[in-house]
Design a protein around this ligand. Sequence first.
Ligand code: PEP
Ligand code: MG
Length: 325
Amino acid sequence: QKVEWAKLKDKPTVSADGHHVELAANIGTPNDVTGVLDNGGEAVGLYRTEFLYMGRDKLPSEKDQFNAYRTVLEKMEGKPVVVRTLDIGGDKELSYLKLPKEMNPFLGYRAVRLCLDQQDIFRTQLRALLRASVYGNLRIMFPMIATLDEFRQSKAILLEEKEKLKQEDIPVSDEIQLGIMVEIPSTAVLADQFAKEVDFFSIGTNDLIQYTMAADRMNERVSYLYQPYNPAIIRLVKIVIDAAHKEGRWVGMCGEMAGDSTAIPILLGLGLDEFSMSATSILPARTQISKLSQADMQKLAEQALQKSTAEEVVQLVEQFAGTQQ
Ligand code: PEP
Ligand code: MG
């Protein structure tokens, strides 16, 4: 198997009937880039910047951040790098921010909500990103966007910082794509409206499943409700992809589901453009996709969308995989 995978390391990702998709990796630190390239990653689909802020006793400076972003962009040598702005809160705490305890941290003050409120933190990160943008192919993504207003505010702050840098004669790329995580159901439902304003979407299924099913992703006692294959989730993914494509935007997925061999046939059939996963899943996924016909997967996805339970969806995919052997 490993030999079969290795053959596809430097190859593009193409289905059996010639449909191209991009296989990207999720990373947490600049050191992870080596693993992405060694496993044939075509891009970084999610750089979780939280780790720059964690395990220390104060906020990282603009320079610390600039160095990290620049390193990742340079090591990727022009391949796309999607950097997610700070997504702290929920399960990830920063002791030095001294935030009050909340009843429902996953529904609380976190990610872009915190950044729009404590703008000095947000602006420092955005300046570091903008300054690093000339060293590679940077894409910026805002997490936990629940309303269009949050996206517009975040974009306006980014443009303000860009303008300030230009005034200071600091070079900034004009090619930076700007996107959002789709991980809150309200945003998936209104995807047609967001698609008019963003350059891309990345579906965060880890949170999208938790919020759609109202089942805490960390709570074992309700883990039976955490159902990636629930037809409700598949329908939301379809809404997002169709809305994006109607406006000529691309859609990625950076939750765990993107690298899951049971989900991949359905996601390919729904028209997902980019799959971002842990680096070690890339070559198995590329091998799997090379054996699937996208046209056939469209039919499979249509059937999945009509099922009423997660079990039925899994059965459908397993039956299909059985006929492929
Ligand atoms: C997600 O929610 O799917 C995601 C990729 O983000 P995180 O796991 O960091 O919340
Ligand atoms: Mg998330």
